[in-house]
Design a binder for this molecule. Structure first.
Ligand code: IPD
Ligand code: CA
Ligand code: CA
Ligand code: CA
Length: 269
């Protein structure tokens, strides 16, 4: 168990180093992206900066942990065997914002052990903020402990919506809450929930790399994270299917679920 603790704690140091190193070229390229590559459609894009960040993060991790598997949105797609460690990386979360010069984007680096995210780092290059967490050990922003809110009234709550293609979350909760924000980085949305600047977050569907790190950070900060039916969110990178995610401070969860259960059609995996 001690060896395990050592690995996870060392992983946090390495993830921090890797994310900060990758943040440098992103800061330099931000606001001057010249070429945007379409992956599957007009809003599914990638830039040279995404690839550059991926290379930096992967290199740092492979140097420090040559035996670990690396699974990245824009690069390696290795999955560790059952008891192995796998790094799950989103080198640039919020590429749309980044490519259009908006500062709301992040870098997400997580360590998965036996299929469960155990350590997560989310770095925000433009503000130099670093969110980090280790399951069962603590969660921090720039080294200071963070936690969710305890607000239990929807009409006093600030909500964040991720991808919401049918507009259900926005159209219903915009009226019921203090506000619904649509920001653009799923990883960072979970950190806002974890640090109390949002009371709940909704993603109609996300990929595992979007939320691996944010999941550790949000849960360790006291958040409840489920699917749209209220069952605990199950992290799964065996398939690349997307899944719905509702995260909240816990107190608001049932009020949010009540509406989502009856009105949202989400892909099931
Ligand atoms: C996207 C962002 C966005 C979310 C999308 C993701 P990317 O990730 O997290 O906020 O709504 O579902 O795909 O492509 O910018 O890494
Ligand atoms: Ca993407
Ligand atoms: Ca992403
Ligand atoms: Ca990405």
């Amino acid at each position: 168990a001690d060896e395990e603790t050592d690995t996870v704690e060392r992983a946090l140091t390495v993830a921090t180093e890797a994310a900060k190193a990758a943040g440098e070229p992103l800061r330099e390229l931000h606001g001057q992206v010249e070429s945007i590559d379409i992956k599957t459609d007009k809003s599914d894009i990638v830039t040279e900066a995404d690839h550059q960040a991926d290379r930096i993060i992967t290199t740092v991790i492979r140097n420090e942990f040559p035996d670990h598997a690396v699974f990245s949105e824009e690069g390696a797609r290795q999955r560790g065997a059952d008891s192995d460690y796998t790094w799950v990386i989103d080198p640039l979360d919020g590429t749309g914002n980044f490519a259009h010069g908006n500062p709301n984007y992040s870098i997400s680096v997580a360590l998965v052990e036996d299929g469960k995210p155990v350590m997560g780092v989310v770095y925000v290059p433009e503000t130099d903020e670093l969110f980090s967490g280790i399951a069962g050990k603590g969660v921090w922003r720039d080294g200071d402990p963070i936690g969710t809110t305890d607000r239990d009234q929807l009409d006093e709550s600030m909500l964040i919506s991720g991808y919401d293609p049918d507009g259900t979350f926005l159209s219903h909760f915009y009226q019921e809450s203090r506000g619904v924000r649509r920001l653009g980085s799923a990883a960072l949305n979970l950190c806002y929930l974890a640090s109390g600047s949002a009371d709940a977050v909704w993603e109609h569907d996300t990929y595992p790399w979007d939320i691996a790190a944010g999941l550790v950070i949000a849960r360790e900060a006291g958040a409840t994270v489920t699917d749209q039916a209220g069952d605990p969110y199950e992290f799964n990178f065996d398939t690349e299917d997307r899944a719905a995610l509702l995260g909240s401070n816990g107190s608001l969860h049932s009020a949010l679920l009540e509406h989502l259960e009856e009105s949202v059609t989400t892909p099931s995996r």
